[in-house]
Design a protein around this ligand. Structure first.
Ligand code: SF4
Length: 389
């Protein structure tokens, strides 16, 4: 039996939160999860730790007039092997960048006017993608300035997912620091040059070191670093070596993903060309990585994906007091999120805690054509949800 038993779905923590809402304690909740889903003790304990960490943030954020904003910048320097997101390359970026940024600034302004009309307050802001640092510093500055004007007030957290280390320059960091970014992601995925080549990242291990150095010099308070376990031709010893290298950077957050083949990825279209580690090796990779990170890093959120190798889960870990609040509210879906830009999803929470998702197109040209219509739909859905709350 697999560790998650018969529990399916991306967000297993939602099940446990429901039990906690009903006032169930550890033993009662464990018995329920074992009886209904044959969940292993190990995964229950992981869920328990995650849910208890999340609950204060959920209490703080789960109010009808509070929202977070996600901005999708759908451009990347190259396409990673495992990516299912049709982000646009730098060549396309050069043709579309100006008009995309212009439309995005319009969408940010219009959303700000809507939230002011409805007397709502911003909570966290997340600039993701794609790779936001694919934009030149001046464009990034314009986007952040528009966000600050549209959503005034003190944000609880402001993340920029720089992601690709080769896009992060001192020029970008100067802007991010000036604009009050509190968290930045620098994602190596692996610290092995051979693997980086296989997965098409087109950056070097040295560029990871350089990017972290720039971020530390800019004194952005929190760095997150992502690794993917189960990449082609990697083994547990290689993952452990990557984790040890990450520990040298003392990042406040480390996210351990498990490779998850997606239909729209380059990997899926050419699977026979790659050799993935067997499940037993994936289990060993995760076990060793978690052992190396414990006890200074604690899990604070998790999610699963369809086809995730060995049926495991992606785990976000943090040092004390450095949970990424946006990740928590995004996974638990008890808080309105307005997804702006390309390939972003708005999540409007209804009075009964059900959810209405509104996605913006991933294709930049389609996004630009449909912004007005999406704004209208988002506002109508939100007003209905607020009236019923
Ligand atoms: S950085 Fe992320 S969005 Fe960009 S190609 Fe790689 S996986 Fe896709």
């Amino acid at each position: 039996m697999r560790p998650w038993g018969t529990l399916v779905g991306v967000r297993p923590s939602k099940q446990l939160h429901k039990l906690l809402d009903e006032g169930k304690g550890y033993n009662e909740a464990l018995a329920f999860m074992q009886q209904h889903f044959r969940l292993s003790q190990e995964k229950f304990d992981l869920l328990w730790q995650v849910c208890l960490t999340e609950r204060p943030f959920l209490r703080e954020s789960s109010r009808p007039k509070v929202f977070s904003v996600y901005v999708g910048i759908p451009f990347c320097p190259t396409r990673c092997l495992y990516c299912s997101f049709p982000s646009h390359s730098l060549t396309e970026l050069n043709q579309l960048r100006e008009s995309f940024v212009e439309k995005l600034l319009f969408e940010i302004k219009a959303t700000g006017q809507m939230t002011k009309r409805l007397q709502m307050a911003p909570y966290t802001i997340y600039l993701g993608g794609g790779t936001p640092t694919s934009l030149i510093p001046e464009e990034l500055e314009a986007v952040i300035a528009a966000l600050q004007e549209a959503f005034p007030g003190k944000w609880r957290e402001f993340t920029v997912e720089a992601g690709r280390p080769d896009t992060i320059t001192p020029g970008h960091l100067k802007i991010l620091k000036q604009k009050g970014v509190t968290r930045i992601s620098v994602n190596p995925q692996s610290m092995h040059a051979k693997t980086l080549k296989i997965i098409g990242r087109h950056h070097t291990v040295e560029e990871v070191y350089q990017a972290v150095k720039y971020v530390r010099e800019a004194a952005i308070p929190v760095i997150n670093m992502d690794l993917i376990l189960g990449l082609p031709e990697e083994n547990a010893a290689m993952v452990a070596a990557s984790v040890r290298q990450l520990l040298n950077f003392t990042p406040e957050n480390i996210t351990l993903h498990i490779f998850s083949p997606k239909r729209a990825s380059r990997y899926y279209q050419n699977q026979t060309a790659y050799s993935l580690p067997p499940d037993s090796e994936i289990f060993a990779m995760q076990k060793q990585a978690l052992a190396l990170l414990s006890p200074q890093y604690r899990p604070y959120y998790l999610y699963r994906q369809r086809n995730i190798l060995a049926g495991l889960e992606n785990i976000g870990l943090c040092t004390t007091g450095h949970e990424c609040i946006y990740n928590i509210v995004m996974i638990e879906e008890r808080h309105h999120i307005f997804g702006l830009g390309g390939g972003a999803t708005s999540k409007i929470i209804n009075a009964d805690l059900s959810l209405t998702n509104i996605a913006t197109p991933k294709d930049v040209r389609m996004y630009m054509e449909r912004v007005e219509e999406l704004l209208e739909r988002r506002e109508k859905t939100l007003i209905k949800a607020l009236q019923e709350s």
